[in-house]
Design a protein around this ligand. Structure first.
Ligand SMILES: [Zn+2]
Length: 188
């Protein structure tokens, strides 16, 4: 019994550490209404060490923040770069992504964003999609995606065009989300 209790305490310490790391990561991710989130990202021309470093940093932040995707504008870099989870347990970068073969079948699901905390809004997206581009070393990549993985890639692709979940959702959900996000002005 003592051993079990000790384990519980250890788990709690681990949870607290992970939560602290998550908060630190979120503090490094641009938050709505940061102007970078509304801007168009530019095509990557140079596959250099700087790009490799950017992707490494983004992968680390995404994992620490416990997201399934992160786009460069979310760290203030206006380049067409995102990292995401193409399948369980894997993290990959796509540079200059192009989307194709979107399924006619769509699904409405609640979506959140690391840059818009405490908001979940319903968004309709194709269930399946293919994304192709380059990895951070300039090698061709192509992912045929479905479900949550297809959703994550489309969400990150939107970020490169300055499109956020509140722009994609229903007018009603948008109004509710904006009410949560509106800075509270206190007049004393
Ligand atoms: Zn997002």
């Amino acid at each position: 019994m003592a051993k079990v209790e000790g384990q519980v305490v250890e788990d709690e310490i681990l949870d607290a550490e992970r939560e602290a790391r998550r908060r630190l990561a979120l503090a490094q991710i641009r938050q709505y209404p940061d102007a970078a989130l509304k801007m168009q990202a530019r095509t990557v021309e140079d596959f250099d060490d700087e790009l490799v470093d950017l992707v490494e940093r983004m992968k680390r932040l995404m994992e620490e923040a416990r997201g399934i995707g992160l786009a460069a504008p979310q760290v203030g870099v206006l380049r067409r770069v995102f990292v995401f989870t193409p399948r369980q347990g894997q993290v990959a970068a796509v540079i200059n992504p192009e989307f194709s073969d979107a399924s006619e079948e769509t699904e409405i699901s609640e979506e959140g964003c690391l840059s818009i905390q405490n908001v979940l809004v319903p968004i309709e997206r194709p269930v399946r999609v293919t994304v192709s581009g380059k990895d951070e070393r300039g090698k061709d990549v192509r992912y045929e995606l479905d479900d949550i993985y297809a959703r994550a890639a489309q969400h990150e692709g939107d970020h490169l065009d300055g499109v956020l979940i509140i722009d994609r959702t229903t007018p009603e959900a948008r109004r509710e989300a904006l009410a949560i996000l509106r800075p509270r002005i206190v007049i004393s």
